[in-house]
Write a protein that binds this ligand. Structure first.
Ligand code: NAD
Length: 482
């Protein structure tokens, strides 16, 4: 493809609107493909400073993982060190230092994206992008006058925003969204969380480990309905043991602020209940960001739920306009968005591009972690597919026992017809890392036997996956096959 203009002259091969993990990664790949690329982002951090990286880096994945790590260390120091024969005085929390470490890591990575842009020749622009007809983009710099950018291709990657409940508006103090829930400056005595999804459980875990009494109110009757039932049940048991009070089938209907906290009303099968908390985190899902993004004549269609409509290769309904990440269908996961960004950048450059939507890993960073890829047992049953199941408990893993993290299991589902792996589900230590092997295996269409014949280091957590694959054919070596 020919280069269509000069950087700084307002003409680009590709203008990416949105600099989160979908947009900035797509911009880097497009530049690696020899295209002239600009990436526009309107994100402002709490200090008013602009930043690339979107929700994932500034208010989501990264800061939450930092706090999950710190809070887990705090909790383990207090509850587990003695088991290892290490005596410590009860550990003392310095939340200011913990939050400062988080801010430092976020800021370093933000600078890292700008370095990567520089190294790859991507023009990073702080401000707002608005798609006009004919692949023109109105770019309004922070505090500046609008400029017109021309592009052969435009990639929309504007991400998503927390959904607000009409009766529990975010006020940045007593009632906060997930970003606010990461930035608390004191541990609340009583913390309420509306929504027992990924964010609710991760943030609930952080503050519970740091000493809050956490109650999670979840509208669905089943715990984590997207997770394999057996794994969800095992996870629920562990979280309950840790003191997380998870109330299922609990639909919150009001939240009234008073002098002593936020009074919540919720309904379940047994009737109406009230609960008072000091702080409330609302984590009931996210909605796509398209407000102020599209000129009505740009020809980009939205779905009923407000997502930008795209085909299987992320083409939107207007020529040479693409959309990737949370703003389009599919799971709202940073890595899914990044791969879509890469695919689109390669397709624009005339190269091969592809996302295998059937093999996207998911992780919930509780302790133990929950991770999965492929289909759940419930989905296989519903599809009337014949399958074999193999499981292995971490209780029989030497490495997990040494780590004092032997709760949980690995479950492998394989096709009865051809032994191909259909799903792998893990609740246990480092599940987020272990799932990578399952993803590679499924990407290469491996069978359970392929995993059985693969040598796994001993002692390692990965042996649990090996044993679960063996157990598919009742050949596990360190468990009784039933
Ligand atoms: P979610 O969809 O995972 O969970 C929201 C939950 O809120 C649902 O279970 C829903 O039943 C419940 N709910 C809705 N209204 C309610 C009400 N009135 N009362 C009680 N419960 C109610 O959404 P989330 O946790 O907000 O996360 C948003 C998105 O971000 C998700 O797509 C998630 O996958 C993604 N995310 C991923 C990670 C990760 O990969 N580790 C981390 C954070 C967020």
């Amino acid at each position: 493809m020919s280069k269509s203009g000069t950087v700084g002259g307002g003409k680009y091969d590709v203008v990416v609107i949105g600099g989160g993990p979908a947009g900035y990664v797509g911009a880097i790949r497009a530049a690696q493909n020899g295209l002239r690329v600009a990436c526009i982002d309107a994100w402002e951090n709490r200090d008013g400073q602009p930043a690339f990286g979107g929700t994932c880096l500034n208010a989501g994945c990264i800061p939450s993982k930092v706090l999950l790590e710190s809070s887990e260390l705090f909790h383990r120091a207090g509850s587990e060190f003695a088991l290892h024969g290490i005596r410590v005085n009860p550990p003392e929390l310095d939340l200011t230092a913990m939050q400062a470490r988080k801010a430092r890591i976020v800021s370093q990575f933000g600078g890292g994206i700008q370095e990567l842009f520089k190294a790859n020749g991507v023009t990073g622009l702080f401000g707002r992008g608005h798609l006009l007809p004919g692949n023109k983009v109105r770019y309004t710099p922070r505090g500046g006058k609008p400029e017109l950018l021309e592009a052969e291709h435009v990639v929309l990657a504007t991400g998503s925003t927390p959904i607000e409940l009409p009766f529990a508006r975010f006020d940045g103090a007593a009632i906060v969204d997930s970003w606010g829930g990461l930035d608390l400056t004191a541990v609340p005595g009583r913390l309420g969380v509306i929504g027992g999804g990924v964010i609710g459980l991760e943030l609930g875990s952080v503050w519970s480990r740091l000493g809050a009494q956490v109650t999670v109110l979840e509208a669905m009757e089943h715990f984590l309905c997207m997770v394999d039932g057996q794994i969800a049940k095992a996870a629920q048991l562990q979280l309950k043991k840790q003191g997380l009070d998870i109330r299922l089938g609990a639909k919150v209907t009001s939240a009234e602020q008073g002098p002593s906290g936020v009074a919540l009303t919720y309904e379940d099968q047994r009737g109406r209940h009230t609960l008072e908390v000091d702080r409330l985190i609302v984590a009931v899902g996210r909605r796509p960001n398209t407000e102020g993004l599209l000129d009505p004549l740009a020809g980009v269609k939205l779905s009923e739920r407000g997502f930008i409509e795209v085909d299987g290769e992320c083409r939107a309904s207007a020529p040479n306009v693409w959309a990737v990440g949370d703003v389009v269908r599919g799971p709202m996961l940073a890595h899914k968005g990044s791969e879509e960004g890469v695919m689109v950048a390669d397709l624009i450059a005339g190269r091969y591009g592809h996302v295998n939507y059937a093999v996207i890993p998911s992780v919930i960073y509780t302790a133990p972690e929950i991770a999965w890829v492929g289909q759940t047992e419930e989905q296989l049953k519903e599809a009337h597919l014949d399958y074999k199941v193999g499981t292995f408990n971490f209780a029989a893993s030497g490495r997990a026992r040494a780590m004092e993290q032997a709760a949980g299991l690995v479950k492998v589902l394989a096709s009865t017809a051809d032994d191909r792996i259909l799903g792998v589900h893990i609740v246990g230590p480092m599940a987020s890392e272990l799932i990578g092997e399952a993803v590679v295996a499924m990407e290469f269409q491996a069978t359970a036997e392929d995993l059985q014949r693969t040598i796994h280091a001993h002692p390692s957590l990965a042996e649990a996956l090996h044993e679960a694959a063996l157990s598919v054919d009742r050949r596990a070596l360190h468990a009784i096959n039933r």
